[in-house]
Design a protein. Structure first.
Length: 170
């Protein structure tokens, strides 16, 4: 299981980087272009899953402490509805740092940590108890879901974006 989680962490970092590179290289400003739907821009989608990852990481501390929790990227309390990054360059730098912290955290995990229970309160105020390994899988799946949204939006904008095939990454 640890090998699978390590693979997911590394792929997550590389795929986020590839997606950001496509956004940087695209004509116009697809990052801030208004779109229809719940999230009103790619910016809003990326902010959402950035915040979600920091919220989950804070919860993961219950299973294993780490120096990663000293990083301002994780330590800052973020509000769900606040825009975090108005510029793609700032988002890209912070995302890369966050993904590096996720990789580091997973690298520090031990088999005995994976079955530990973490307690987290969701946006709606509901407290839930979840097993660490299931929460980690959820976090990576959540990121994949939102990158898929971005891919569809880029397709609709006519921007080539084949960045998400995990098998290409180490």
């Amino acid at each position: 299981m640890l090998d699978i989680l390590k693979y997911h962490a590394r792929c997550n970092k590389q795929i986020n980087g590839a997606m950001i590179a496509i956004l940087r290289g695209a004509a116009g400003d697809p990052y801030r272009t208004p779109i229809a739907g719940y999230y009103k821009s790619i910016n809003a989608i990326l902010d959402h899953y950035f915040i979600a990852d920091t919220v989950w990481l804070k919860a993961f501390r219950q299973a294993r402490d780490s120096r990663i929790f000293e990083s301002p990227i994780v330590a800052v309390d973020r509000k769900w509805d606040d825009r975090q990054f108005s510029e793609l360059a700032a988002y890209g730098a912070a995302r890369s740092e966050l993904d590096g912290l996720i990789v580091q955290y997973i690298d520090e995990l031990r088999d005995e940590d994976l079955g530990k229970t973490i307690v987290r309160t969701n946006r709606g105020g509901q407290t839930m108890e979840k097993i660490l390994w299931k929460s980690l899988v959820h976090m990576f799946n959540h990121d994949t879901h939102h990158r898929g949204q971005v891919s569809v939006i880029l397709d609709q904008m006519g921007i080539e974006n084949d960045y998400s095939n995990m098998i290409r990454y180490d």
